[in-house]
Design a protein around this ligand. Structure first.
Ligand code: DX5
Ligand code: ZN
Length: 216
């Protein structure tokens, strides 16, 4: 049995106390730091860019799980490798030549992730699944933290898990958006390996305890 990984999303952190919040994650039972980069084009919001990622990297002691919600992500692969990203996830919907993008991410020494919007069918990954280290299933429409979980996600995770098994791939499944202790167990039972949680962790009264609770 694989152990469930937890990746708190720093999008919900207090940016005035970013170092403190990164250190909280360092000292918690969390596994990765989830970093959401939005360009205001692929999604209707702008989050933060390279200088902030660099500041996070300075204090972070766990792998940086970078989720790019941007158009033409190929332009920045090298830059994120230099910033210390361990996992670089691009959106299926933003990549015209996904196979080439995945090879480029791996050539720069990072794990390659592909994110799917809620409307994107997992079968579109049938021909690339063996090249993908992580599939990130969006359980909300990307762009904002604090949205409600889309219930169809469970069925989608199960279908993806079946595809991974059928293709004998070692791809991990990550869930992002509206994750709480209410849906965590059902997500794990459906096949999830990694849970991202933003607001549920950072808006709670005791984020360290909330991470522990998610870990189960
Ligand atoms: C949304 C981002 C998420 C976001 C999750 O577009 O990809 O990582 O921070 O936030 P919550 O957990 O609040 O839905
Ligand atoms: Zn994310």
């Amino acid at each position: 049995m694989r152990k469930l990984l937890i990746a708190p999303s720093l999008l919900a952190a207090d940016f005035g106390n970013l170092q403190r919040d990164v250190e909280m994650v360092n000292e918690s039972e969390a596994d990765w730091h989830h970093i959401d980069v939005m360009d205001g084009v692929f999604v209707p919001n702008i989050s933060y860019g390279m200088p902030v990622v660099k500041a996070i990297q300075k204090s972070a002691t766990k792998p940086l799980d970078v989720h790019l919600m941007i158009v033409n992500p190929d332009r920045y692969i090298e830059e994120f490798a230099n910033l210390g990203a361990s996992i670089l996830t691009v959106h299926y919907e933003a990549c015209t030549h996904l196979h080439r993008t995945l090879q480029a991410i791996k050539a720069h020494g990072m794990k390659a992730g592909v994110a799917l919007n809620p409307h994107t069918n997992i079968l579109l990954l049938e021909d690339t699944i063996k090249d993908i280290d992580i599939v990130l299933i969006m359980s909300v429409n990307p762009g904002f933290g604090g949205q409600s979980f889309i219930e169809n996600t469970y069925a989608k995770v199960k279908a993806l898990k079946a595809l991974i098994t059928k293709k004998n791939a070692s791809t991990l499944i990550e869930i992002d958006g509206g994750v709480t202790t209410e849906n965590a167990q059902q997500l794990v039972d459906s096949g999830a390996d990694i849970l991202v949680a933003g607001s549920f962790v950072f808006k709670s009264s005791n984020p360290t305890a909330t991470i522990k609770a998610l870990k189960g």
